[in-house]
Write a protein that binds this ligand. Structure first.
Ligand SMILES: Cc1cc2nc3c(=O)[nH]c(=O)nc-3n(C[C@H](O)[C@H](O)[C@H](O)COP(=O)(O)OP(=O)(O)OC[C@H]3O[C@@H](n4cnc5c(N)ncnc54)[C@H](O)[C@@H]3O)c2cc1C
Length: 376
């Protein structure tokens, strides 16, 4: 691996200068409440106007054709500047790569520009009450009708679906077919007739998380991604992105580890070697993840099953980092503030994007070639 970053320094300098000028002085309200959602949508527009909302996309869709290395550098600068969380992340990180792989030219031209500008915010509608880890057991249906499909059933745990504009996910279109076959991947407006959205209470009390109910919701053929019946294949091309680098890039943890180090300088007791080691451990792991990111993109663009290793690493690091910060702050940390909020959210990391137990199975079977769980 060649770790010469000099070629990306001009890009880094441009991004840093823009962020210094534009990142809001006071943090925006949480993107999990209505007011914060709108404020973050406006921020997406501002990023887009500077062509910084989707740097790695082709120019025709609002990007600037940035290389994976430039993208990693962008992310480092973004988080180091304390810029707002990305309310567009499900669209940009999950739907867009899926469309690049399976979408038609018409879908790319129609969907991507408004996603890049924040005009349309997307929610992922995969999970169902009986289909989380075992997604292939999903039961919400898509039934053929004139010119399209009728959706029925329920989806759940959909991040920010209470305020988002459109959703995407797999539906069972052939009940007779094997579990992994007979699924069709569709996009649908969340204000379509027949959709009911119900916010689900989260541990932090924020209302954006939602479950969705479908009652004969019409979706035209043009909103099917890939071939009808090939929804499993389409969905699987998304999961590598979700678990791999794009959902949680190293920049996020580098910035958090630097803030932890500052916290230790302010509150730490140099004689407390155990605490010092925990801080150093988080700081080193954030840098190790950065190097792993460089190594990955220098070798491949398709992270594949290895993304499960990343997913376990970043989610466990996030919990450890926030726990260490709260222990440093002592009882004060429990009264509120960014570390407490970050801690509560970090607890979900080992669950969303596929639980860590399932990722360990994936590593055992697909990376290490061990026998399937439950087999002898
Ligand atoms: C904050 C948050 C945001 C989310 N956002 C979205 C979203 O935007 N869109 C969306 O569609 N979904 C979303 N999800 C849902 C998430 O993907 C699921 O919660 C996850 O896939 C687990 O599914 P489940 O909740 O049904 O748990 P289950 O599948 O019921 O699992 C329960 C427990 O059993 C374990 N388990 C299950 N099967 C096995 C096995 N074979 N071997 C070992 N252990 C096993 C699991 O690891 C887990 O610990 C979100 C979840 C959270 C917490």
């Amino acid at each position: 691996m060649d770790l010469d970053l000099s070629s990306v320094e001009p890009f880094r300098a441009e991004v840093r200068a823009w962020l210094r000028e534009h990142v809001p002085a006071a943090p925006l309200p949480s993107l999990e409440i209505e007011e914060g959602f709108a404020a973050h949508r406006a921020w997406e527009r501002e990023l887009h106007e500077a062509r910084l909302s989707v740097v790695s996309w082709p120019e025709e869709y609002g990007g600037r054709n940035a290389t994976p290395l430039e993208w990693l550098v962008f992310e480092e600068e973004y988080y180091a500047a304390g810029a707002p969380g990305r309310v567009s992340q499900n669209g940009i990180n999950l739907l867009a790569p899926t469309l690049f792989q399976h979408g038609t030219p018409e879908q790319l031209a129609r969907v991507l520009p408004s996603m890049a500008s924040g005009e349309v915010i997307w929610a992922q509608a995969w999970s169902e009450p009986g289909a989380g880890s075992d997604l292939a057991s999903l039961r919400a249906t898509a039934t053929r009708t004139d010119g399209g499909w009728l959706l029925n059933g329920q989806k759940t745990w959909s991040s920010r679906a209470a305020f988002a504009d459109w959703g995407f996910g797999p539906f069972r279109s052939d009940p007779e077919a094997e579990r992994h076959r007979g699924l069709t991947y569709l996009m649908f407006p969340l204000d379509a007739e027949g959709i009911t959205r119900r916010p689900i209470g989260r541990i932090d009390g924020k209302p954006a998380f939602a479950e969705l109910f479908f009652d004969d919701v019409f979706v035209p053929d043009r909103d099917v991604i890939g071939e009808p019946g090939s929804g499993w294949k389409v969905a699987m091309s998304t999961t590598g992105n979700e678990r791999g680098l794009t959902l949680r890039s190293p920049g996020r943890f580098l910035a958090a580890a630097d803030r932890l180090l500052e916290l230790w300088r302010e509150h730490g007791d140099p004689a407390d070697t155990a605490m010092r080691e925990r801080v150093a451990d988080a700081w080193i792991k954030a840098r190790a993840y950065r190097l792993k990111g460089f190594e990955t993109i220098s070798r491949t663009e398709d992270v594949g099953a290895e993304s499960s290793v990343n997913k376990i690493f970043w989610s466990e690091l996030d919990v450890a980092l926030h726990e260490t910060a709260l222990d440093l702050l002592g009882p004060d940390g429990e009264l509120g503030g960014e570390w407490l909020e970050g801690y509560v959210f970090s607890l979900a990391g080992p669950i969303y994007a596929g639980t860590n137990e399932i990722q360990r199975n994936v590593i055992a079977e697909r990376v290490l070639g061990l026998p399937k769980a439950g087999s002898r």
